[in-house]
Design a protein around this ligand. Sequence first.
Ligand code: ZN
Ligand code: ZN
Length: 265
Amino acid sequence: MPDDIHEIYAIKYGHHDRRAAENYIGGDPHDVNDPLDFFVWAIVGPSGTIVVDTGFDAAMAKKRNRALLKPIAEGLKSIDIAPDTVANVIVSHLHYDHTGNYACFPNARYHLQDTEMAYATGRCMCHALLRLPFEEEDVVAMVRKVFAGRVTFHDGTSEVAPGVHVHKIGGHSRGLQCVSVKTKRGLVVLASDATHLYAHIEGGRVFPITYNVGEVLDGYDTIKKLAPSAKHIVPGHDPRVLERYPAARSGLEGWVARLDVDPKS
Ligand SMILES: [Zn+2]
Ligand SMILES: [Zn+2]
């Protein structure tokens, strides 16, 4: 197998029921439940295991009124990944649901966009509305990792390992990055919150927590250019991901899915 081909796993750890109108700027005419799932992702290949995002823990689930289904460490262990052996963690952005559990990976180097750290520690955080999706302790924990020499900053598109690249998108958070991964079925794009649901990128719709709407919409074009087809784009919070992709192993249905194989639909 070429030395830049990877397996990818989506690991669900949380859930939140909500009305459809809450997921789109301009609302939604359908008065239905349109829930979000919460995921972290594992990229497994010749460069070792790279974890994308670190989720939230039980205390944060309670504070934010979200359901923690399985702690992320349990999800990783279900596919034989020991968190303390993970050497690289890509943080798509610093929102509370993507950068908690910061003691879980004691030996990892963290990969973050310049702009995201500047945003989360700068003047925009003077505004309560923009602060809302951030947690002070999460941001401080990342600053401490900078001072411990454990953060690699990226600016734009950058290689994390052969076949694994980050791409700055912005929009939803000022320094949001997505991740492209070379797999045996082609380049798969882990969009994270560059598209929360399939409906966002498919319909040109925008999630209400947004720094810059224009960048969100341009981001959809960037992702579509990166991915060889719509089936190579993995949204960050869509429950359909676990319906479309096979379980990583029998017994892990509804929890851990394999993304480097073709989706069922
Ligand atoms: Zn977010
Ligand atoms: Zn999110």
